[in-house]
Design a protein around this ligand. Structure first.
Ligand SMILES: [Zn+2]
Length: 200
């Protein structure tokens, strides 16, 4: 942990409003919003950073404290969860190890399982039909317990391509609960066909 800004941070124009660059994201055809935009004023760095959820271990980790929360599928070492409410996109799920690990300290045996498991989840989501692409994201700025996002882009919706997909999820009308639950159950069953147990 450091309390001195890295040179990269030290040379940022903190407290100033950066002019909107030419060809900025708000001009992209996949950007969900239109109108006049300005860049937020850069806030000073916070160092050392506050701990993320679960950084001190399982006792402060939301996933470890509620290991069955929102689980739609699981096996001995892994669970797939939903986000709690219907989404604007056909499906958003997260993959987590059952053990309290982040990517860096994931045991070698779990790391070896991760690639095939990610392929299984993508296959299961594609089997819903009408899905052109499954975006896989690991942000992890909120929680220290590894969670990898799988976000389905509906086929034909070219405007939803790329890095703005998660933002589109926020603005699209939410799916009816029955449709959302049916999609979760479909993916859970598809995963369970290759092992583990479906809980949705
Ligand atoms: Zn945890």
């Amino acid at each position: 942990m450091t309390s001195t800004p890295h040179p990269f941070v030290a040379r940022l124009p903190v407290g100033e409003r950066i002019p909107l660059p030419e060809n900025a994201m708000n001009g992209w055809d996949v950007f969900p919003f239109e109108g006049e935009f300005q860049v937020r004023v850069l806030e000073p760095p916070v160092l050392p950073e506050p701990p993320r959820h679960g950084e001190d271990g399982p006792d402060t980790c939301r996933r470890c404290q509620n290991p069955e929360r929102n689980v739609i599928w699981g096996d001995e070492h892994w669970v797939v969860t939903h986000v709690g409410d219907p989404s604007g996109l056909p499906l958003l799920v997260m993959l987590h190890p059952r053990g309290h690990h982040d990517l860096l300290d994931l045991p070698a045996a779990r790391s070896a399982e991760l690639g095939p498991l990610m392929q299984r989840i993508e296959r299961a989501i594609l089997s819903l039909g009408g899905i052109a692409r499954v975006h896989v994201n690991r942000w992890g700025d909120g929680g220290a317990h590894l969670h990898i996002w799988f976000i389905a882009r509906p086929e034909g919706m070219l405007q939803l391509r790329g890095a703005c997909l998660a933002i589109w999820d926020d603005v699209l009308p939410k799916a009816p609960v029955e449709e959302w639950q049916a999609n979760l159950a479909h993916v859970a069953q598809a995963l369970a066909a290759d092992g583990g147990t479906a809980y949705a």
